[in-house]
Structure formats: structure tokens, C-alpha cells
Design a protein around this ligand. Structure first.
Ligand code: ADP
Ligand code: MG
Ligand code: MG
Length: 920
């Protein structure tokens, strides 16, 4: 018979960290902590297979489940020496969902389950602490009412009905904090809560503990399909069939009085990565009080002063956990009457800054290898390091002129400027209109995630470093200032007051997520430390700790990757930036951009509109020296690195003027009539230019264009080589679908190369190849490779032509397509590996079949997208090419792909290692 329930307690657990798929993250780690002798209250985990069964069988449980639950509960009772539902000595439990991938706040936990009027009375007798008992009871009824009985409001601006009752009670008593309410007040609250439940649902609150337990279990399974859980899964690529496990665990109480408390912590600073114990706690509090922002929690450093014994014990656990998991951990603990209990641990979420610092530091501490460090940094996280920061001078001026509005917690580093909106749907709507927004909330909740995603920055009035806003912002890599208590936010009027000023919806503000400052208006930003060192050269590497970490990671990446990384660049300055980021060559130099440069568009237009070969050649002759100069600049900047130059590609009408005045001017220049110019321009019009007269088709009909471009390239090569700089041009013919097209063009290129070598009395190396960007090119790659020395996948066009989708016209249906999961991601952003990728793989196999030395790369946008880079590695390409700013990301992605071939030593031991990658 299949086992569905796994016990943990008394130093032994049936599960372990590796069993995440079965026990969920929370359950697996509770088992692991039990096994390494940490103080974990006993309990059991109901496996994820029950959720799968539940949805596969019309929301029903496996037949053996009830018996297993009963038996496990008995073991917990034995361990805790108390009995579920027994008034004389009651066992209370929490019911905690735990998905395989952690989903912060997505599932609701119920605490103190097992209480009813009789049990509460019994517990008062046993503990002599009525306030504690009724505080626990009212919390339980509220949580149960919200989560299981559905009283939690759906709309964002509505308030929880139980909170209204509490507020009324506090007002009546003239107190501010929950802790100021007396035992009698709590008894009242329980009664009022139950009344509210009866009114809203028509049913009495269930008094039978067993009924409470099963109600809670089905609520957890049911919540897997609620809207916010679905939205979260979609955002983080968590598949639907990864249902949650449920943990039933005996309660320990942080609300027993001043010797009790509860807290959350990170074993290192999750924002900066500093190796310091970082966390928050509250005495006489339970569960979520710390993160809910009801009372402001104390920093963990206070615990060291106020309760050194507990602190020492906790700090020891911190070190044990880091050694054991070899990672930065996020923990939950509770102190019950002076005794410490661990309630959760998981690998901690962190900012990109922290991820990099922690990975680098842990290599230094010999906790992990350099390979593991690479596997722990998501390539996209590097983006955050390249992001702008505020120009300090500008900020100083802003502060001096009184524009500092407030200071909160520096929960998500970086600089953000945007217009204030006060709720998530507005953030989404404004963003769609192209506005930059700062989402400003009293506090955020899981319902807000889409709006948070749309915002440049997130600002909250309440909550600490571990509040929802802070956690999610870090995960998304958003700038965030949290717990800015001076803000008086009024949702109803869409305004906030702060330091005597009023900020309205739509006003500009700026957040410094590194310092926690909130500034009125826009503040100019400046490049990140990495850019200052590498590109602007305004900062010395030795004064730039963030840069140093970046550099070490990149060094390790280069040690393990096998893919070469090139860049798409058309100009010497772009090329130099890319080299600074580590580019090893140019994978795509688009010559057409050059024609818009100084002095070139005139002759270019004359060339296009010429009606005789001679006239065209005359115009081309004027272009030749200008193009040659462009190429010389690029070859010089690339200093010996290979450069792939694509011959002219776009339809010619993109180069000619379409407005009458410009056409008249051109006519004058060319000495022909305006009518003639107008007529020729009209003649170039195409119904579907993407599939029209472009690519190699241009060079085949106008061979003199290819000839001029080849000459410019090779003369430049000879000239630069004569100056002692190595040059390796690779001439790439676009849009080839038939080997004869390539043979025609390659013939011209090779003839010109020979001519130039002869004229200059020199020799240089060069290659001729093609872009594979139409399906026929891939399908006949074995023919094409008899002529081509290299292939470069032009995956932008290859995606358009394979899917039969015009990228420019796709917006209207592609987004809904992705929402409907027809394509898992926008195929223009993330390579369609199944379709387009199959053509690529086929082209490589066929091509290398006839030409084993065939060099293969990619130059579409996908060349800088991590999952696509990994795919390129797997199909044995030689290189990827991407925009300069994505070069570091591609380097890291390539290294991770190489390491995935041969997993790092010791990585098997690590928890959750096999889980598919997802965004942090
Ligand atoms: P989440 O997944 O939202 O973090 P948890 O299941 O961790 O939810 O529980 C919410 C809060 O309740 C946490 O602060 C946790 O430490 C606390 N908690 C859960 N189970 C118990 C328990 N058995 N005893 C005391 N506190 C608990
Ligand atoms: Mg938790
Ligand atoms: Mg193309």
C-alpha cells in the first residue's frame, strides 16, 4: 500500500531534505532539522501525492489516508504527552501547507487547531493562563474563518471582518495593541467572531477537533487552485501538477507571556549578503505577527542583549544550518516560556547583490566550490548588477533642497523613479500605458504580485525586512523601501501625507532601495559600479567591491563554459563595451545601420534609385571608402577577435525618403525630376517586406552591392593587418534558403578577396558563411554546408518563418497565447526549442555531416536569453552572440550549461538540486 503520511519528532523523521517532491519544501526541511537534532515540535506531513489524487478524483482522498492520519496523530500525542481534543490535556496543532517550490504567503496556515469552548476551559485550568488561551482561541477562530470558511475578503480595499471586530474592541477599550487586550476581551472576541461566522455562512463554527482538522486539510488542497496561487505559479514557472503537501504539527506558543516570543531570520543578510545574523522577533507573539506589521518587531541583535542564552542557542543553530545546507537559510523560530523551537528552514531568497556576495564568500569559506557558486546565481540576476544607481550628487541636491520625504527600510537595493500609484491594478494599467510607476501600499499582500511586477519600485508604510513586500521585491529584483512608517496613506483619496506634504497619485517620487530613502520628484540615476569600472572607467576596480565579486564570478564562468560568447554590434564604441563585458568577437555586424551614418545615406539613396548599372556603380564607389572606414574602426576595436559581417539585408525602401520634401531634395541632388524619384520609391513598396526583396536576394539581383561591401571589408582587413593587428572577417550572407543563392554570393566574395589580396600583395584569413533564418535553409543544410564555412542562426526571422508569425503583428495574440499556455513563453524572447530548436539541431547535424569543421553560432535575440543559451550549448554550437549588455549573462548561462553536463561534486547532497530552474 502506498504511504501518504510521514512522521517527524523525537529526533527521528521518516522524511529528509531530498524528499521535497513528496513532502514539499517545508515538510522535507522539518524532517531534515529533526534528523540533525534541532528542536522541532513533532508532527507529520501528508504527501503531495494526496493533492494529486484529490484533483484527479473529484476532490476526494485516498481511502487509506484517514487511517494513516489517525496513526500519525497518535504518535504525535505520544511524543508531546498530550491528546488531541482532550480537555484535560489538549494537544493543539498547526496545519501548514508546503508546496514543493516555496511560495511565500500563497497558502494559508492555521494555528491553534483543536480548540473549542470545552478544550479552552480545560487548557485554562491546566496553564492557569486564560489570556494566553483565549488569545490563541480568537486567533484560531479568525484564521479558520478566513481560510477554511471563506470569510477573508476578496477585494483588495476591503477589510477582514474579524479585523473590524478587533478594531472596535480596541477602540472600546481605548488601547492600541492586541497585547493590551485582556483575557475577557479575548473571550468576547471569540464569541463575536463565531457570531460573524454564523451570520456570514449560516453555519456554526465546528467545535469537533477532528472536523476542524479535515476542514483545514481540504482548505489547503482547495487553495492550490485559487487565483493568486495560479498567478504566482505562472509567474515563477511552477507547474500545476506540483501540488502542495500539508504539515500537521504540534503547536508551540510564543504568546504565553513575556518569556515567550517568535521570530524570523536569515543566516546572512539577504539584502547585502553580509555574513551577519539578520532577523526580527517579537515577544509575546504568535505566528505571522512578526511579518504582518501589526507591531514593529525588534532586530535579532536585541535578542543578544535581552536574552543571551536563547540568542547563543539560536546563533549556534544558524551555524549548524549553514554548515549542513551549505547555503544561506531563512528560518522561523518560536520561544515557548524560555525554550527554543525551530519551525521552518529553507534556502533564503536574496537580492542579486546578496546572491553574488554569498556565493563568492562561501567559496572563500570553503563551504561550496566555484562550480556550485555558479549554479547558485541565476544569469538574469546579473542584470541587477548592471542597473543604474542614483547619482549621489543629484541625490544630495535633492536632499538639501528638502525633497527627502521619508526613510524606510532598504529592502530591495537599486534606484527607481516613477509615478505614485496606490494599488496593484493601477500599477498594471499605468505600466501598460507606458508609465513608470512606484507602487505605494500600506503593506502588500500576495494579491499585489502582478502590480509589484509592473512597478519600477515598491514602497510600503508597514512591515519589516521580512515582510511580504520585502521578500517578493527581492525575489523579483525590484527596488523596494519597506516599513516607511511616516507615510499616511489614504487609499480612498489616492493620496499620502508625509512630513506635512501631500503626494498624489501620478506624482513622481524616487526610491533609493539601497539606503531606504524616499525622495520627492525625479532624481537622476547613474551607471552601476560594474559599468563605472568597465565602461566609463570612472572607478578603480580596487575601490569597487561589487565589481570585484562580479569579476570573480565571471572568471569562474569562463573557466567552465565551452560556448564562446560574441556580441551583436555595428559600431566601434559598442564593440568596445562588449569586449569590456567579455565578448570574444562580433557575431553580427549589421552593415545597414552604417548607411545611416555620416555622409552615407545620400549615396546610398542614389544607389538604390539609380536606373542604370553605371549610375549604381558610381554611387557605390562613393560609398566604398566610407564603408571601409567603418570596418577599419570595428576591426581595430576588436583587436584580432573574429568579426562576422552580414551583407546588406533589409528591403531597400527602408533607406529611401517617403515624404515629399525629402524626395524633392533627393531629386535635386541626383539631378532628376521629383516625379521620377517619387515613382521609384513607390515602385519599391512591398505588401510583405519581411518576405520580400531583401537578404541575399538584393545581392543576387544587384551583385555590385555585394562586390562593394566585400571590397570594403577586405581592403579594411588588409589595411588594419598592415598595422600589425590581426583581422578575421567572416562574411555572412543573409536569408539563404537554397545553396545556389549562397554559391552565387560566395563566388563574388571570394573573387573580391583574391583581387584585394593580389592588389595589396598580402594574404588574410576570412570565412564565408550564411545565416540560417528560413526553414528551407535548415532543411537543406547539408547542401548549403558544402559552400558555407559557418552557420549563424538568425532566430528572430527563423522564429517568424517557422511559426508563420510576423513579429510586428503578433502583440495582439501572442500575449493571450502565452496566457493560454499555447506557447510557454513569448517565442521571440525565449527560443521555441521544440519547433525552431528542432530545425536548428537538424541544420547542425546535416551541416556537420558534410562539413565537420562547420562553425555554428546564433545571432538572434535569443543568444542572450539564459535558457536559449543553454539549448545552444546542448546542440553543440560554437558560440552565441548577443547585445553587449547581455554578454555577462550569456557567459554565466554558458558556464551553467556546461556544468549541467557534468554536475558539480557534492551537488547531489544538496536539497532541491534537481528542481527545474526557476526565477528567484
Ligand atoms: P508560511 O508558509 O506562510 O510561512 P507557516 O506554515 O510557516 O506559513 O506558518 C505561519 C506562521 O505560523 C509562521 O510564523 C510559523 O512559524 C507559525 N507556526 C506554524 N506552525 C506552528 C506551530 N506548530 N507552532 C507555532 N507556530 C507555528
Ligand atoms: Mg513560514
Ligand atoms: Mg534576419
Amino acid at each position: 500500500m502506498k504511504k501518504y503520511v510521514y512522521f517527524f519528532g523525537r529526533g527521528r523523521a521518516e522524511g529528509k531534505a531530498e524528499m521535497k517532491a513528496l513532502l514539499g519544501g517545508k515538510g522535507a526541511n522539518l524532517a531534515e532539522m529533526t534528523n540533525i537534532s534541532l528542536p522541532v515540535p513533532a508532527g507529520f506531513t501528508i504527501s503531495t501525492e494526496v493533492c494529486t489524487h484529490y484533483y484527479a478524483n473529484k476532490r476526494s482522498y485516498p481511502r487509506s489516508l484517514a487511517g494513516e492520519v489517525k496513526a500519525a496523530l497518535k504518535k504525535v500525542e505520544l511524543g508531546m504527552k498530550a491528546k488531541f481534543g482532550d480537555p484535560k490535556n489538549p494537544l493543539l496543532v498547526s496545519v501548514r501547507s508546503g508546496a514543493r517550490a516555496s511560495m511565500p504567503g500563497m497558502m494559508d496556515t492555521i494555528l491553534n487547531l483543536g480548540l473549542n469552548d470545552v478544550v479552552a476551559a480545560g487548557l485554562v485550568k491546566r496553564t492557569g493562563n486564560p489570556r494566553f488561551v483565549y488569545d490563541s482561541y480568537r486567533r484560531f477562530v479568525q484564521m479558520y474563518g478566513d481560510v477554511v470558511l471563506g470569510l477573508k475578503p476578496v477585494h483588495k480595499d476591503e477589510i477582514d471582518p474579524f479585523e473590524l471586530i478587533i478594531e472596535a474592541k480596541k477602540k472600546q477599550r481605548g488601547v492600541h495593541l492586541d497585547t493590551d487586550l485582556s483575557a475577557e476581551d479575548m473571550v468576547d472576541l471569540v464569541g463575536l467572531f463565531k457570531k460573524a461566522i454564523k451570520e456570514k455562512t449560516g453555519h456554526d463554527f465546528p467545535e469537533d477537533p477532528m472536523a476542524q482538522l479535515w476542514g483545514a486539510l481540504s482548505a489547503v488542497f482547495g487553495s492550490w487552485m485559487n487565483d493568486r496561487a495560479i498567478a504566482y505559479r505562472r509567474m515563477y514557472d511552477i507547474p500545476e501538477w506540483w501540488g502542495p503537501a500539508v504539515n500537521v504539527q504540534s503547536m508551540v506558543f510564543g504568546n504565553m507571556g513575556e518569556t515567550s516570543g517568535t521570530g524570523v531570520a536569515f543566516t546572512r543578510d539577504a539584502a547585502t549578503g553580509a555574513n551577519e545574523f539578520y532577523g526580527e522577533y517579537l515577544m509575546n507573539a504568535q505566528g505571522e505577527d512578526v511579518v504582518a506589521g501589526i507591531r514593529t518587531p525588534l532586530p535579532i541583535s536585541e535578542l543578544a542583549v535581552k536574552n543571551p542564552v536563547i540568542y547563543k542557542q539560536l546563533n549556534k543553530i544558524r551555524l549548524t544550518l549553514e554548515k549542513h545546507y551549505r547555503d544561506m537559510m531563512d528560518i522561523e523560530f518560536t520561544i515557548q516560556d524560555g525554550t527554543l523551537y525551530m519551525l521552518q528552514c529553507r534556502v533564503g531568497k536574496r537580492t542579486a547583490f546578496a546572491a553574488i556576495k554569498i556565493a563568492v564568500d562561501m567559496v572563500g569559506e570553503k563551504l561550496i566550490s566555484d562550480k556550485e557558486a555558479l549554479q547558485r546565481i541565476e544569469p538574469d540576476q546579473l542584470n541587477q548588477l548592471l542597473r543604474p544607481v542614483f547619482d549621489l550628487k543629484e541625490k544630495e541636491i535633492a536632499v538639501k533642497s528638502g525633497r527627502l520625504l521619508a526613510k524606510g527600510l532598504n529592502a530591495g537595493p537599486g534606484a527607481a523613479t516613477g509615478r505614485v500609484v496606490f494599488n496593484a491594478p493601477d500599477a498594471e494599467a499605468w505600466k501598460k500605458k507606458g508609465e513608470l510607476v512606484v507602487l505605494t501600499r500600506i503593506e502588500t499582500s500576495p494579491e499585489d504580485i502582478k502590480g509589484m511586477d509592473a512597478a519600477e519600485g515598491i514602497l510600503t508604510a508597514r512591515g519589516g525586512m521580512t515582510s511580504h513586500a520585502a521578500l517578493v521585491a527581492r525575489q523579483m529584483g525590484k527596488v523596494c523601501v519597506a516599513g516607511c512608517s511616516e507615510l499616511e496613506i489614504d487609499y480612498a483619496t489616492h493620496t499620502m501625507r508625509v512630513r506635512g506634504k501631500v503626494v498624489r497619485e501620478g506624482d513622481w517620487i524616487s526610491l533609493d532601495g539601497t539606503t531606504g530613502e524616499v525622495l520627492e520628484g525625479k532624481v537622476a540615476t547613474k551607471p552601476s559600479e560594474v559599468l563605472q569600472v568597465l565602461i566609463d572607467k570612472t572607478l578603480d576596480a580596487k575601490d569597487a567591491p561589487v565589481y570585484q565579486q562580479y569579476a570573480r564570478i565571471m572568471g569562474w564562468a569562463d573557466r567552465y563554459r565551452r560556448l564562446k560568447i560574441r556580441t551583436n554590434a555595428d559600431q566601434p564604441d559598442q564593440s568596445l563595451n562588449a569586449v569590456a563585458f567579455g565578448a570574444e568577437g562580433i557575431g553580427l555586424c549589421r552593415t545597414e545601420h552604417m548607411f545611416f551614418g555620416e555622409g552615407k545615406i545620400g549615396p546610398m539613396r542614389e544607389m538604390i534609385l539609380a536606373d542604370t548599372v553605371d549610375a549604381r556603380k558610381a554611387a557605390l564607389a562613393r560609398l566604398l571608402p566610407l564603408q571601409r572606414k567603418d570596418f577599419e574602426g570595428i576591426f581595430e576595436a576588436m583587436d584580432g577577435r573574429p568579426v562576422t559581417i552580414r551583407t546588406i539585408d533589409p528591403p531597400l525602401h527602408e533607406f529611401v525618403p517617403h515624404e515629399e520634401p525629402a524626395q524633392r531634395q533627393l531629386a535635386k541632388q541626383m539631378g532628376i525630376s521629383y516625379e521620377k524619384v517619387h515613382q521609384r520609391v513607390e515602385g519599391l513598396h512591398e505588401f510583405n517586406p519581411m518576405l520580400g526583396f531583401r537578404g541575399c536576394r538584393l545581392g543576387i539581383i544587384f551583385p555590385e552591392i555585394t562586390e562593394m561591401q566585400s571590397r570594403a571589408i577586405f581592403e579594411a582587413a588588409a589595411n588594419i593587418q598592415a598595422r600589425g593587428i590581426k583581422v578575421e572577417p567572416e562574411i555572412m550572407i543573409p536569408l539563404v534558403g537554397n545553396v545556389k543563392e549562397l554559391a552565387d554570393q560566395a563566388g563574388i566574395v571570394r573573387r573580391v578577396a583574391a583581387e584585394v589580396m593580389k592588389e595589396k600583395g598580402t594574404k588574410f584569413k576570412y570565412l564565408v558563411g550564411t545565416m540560417i533564418e528560413v526553414p528551407r535553409g535548415a532543411l537543406t543544410a547539408d547542401e548549403i554546408a558544402t559552400v558555407a564555412e559557418f552557420f549563424s542562426f538568425g532566430t528572430n526571422d527563423l522564429t517568424q518563418t517557422t511559426l508563420g508569425v510576423s513579429r510586428d503583428d503578433a502583440a495582439r495574440f501572442l500575449i493571450p497565447y502565452v496566457e493560454k499556455e499555447i506557447y510557454p513563453k513569448d517565442p521571440f524572447e525565449v527560443l521555441d526549442q521544440v519547433g525552431v530548436g528542432q530545425l536548428m539541431k537538424m541544420a547542425i547535424d546535416k551541416g556537420r555531416g558534410v562539413n565537420p569543421d562547420l562553425k555554428v553560432g546564433i545571432c538572434g535575440e535569443h543568444g542572450g536569453e539564459p535558457s536559449s543559451v543553454e539549448f545552444c550549448h546542448r546542440i553543440n554550437q560554437n558560440y552565441v552572440s548577443c547585445s553587449p549588455f547581455r554578454v555577462p549573462i550569456a557567459r554565466l548561462a554558458a558556464a551553467r550549461a556546461a556544468l549541467a553536463d557534468a554536475p558539480a561534486k557534492g551537488s547531489k547532497k544538496r536539497a532541491g538540486k534537481k528542481a527545474p530552474r526557476r526565477k528567484r
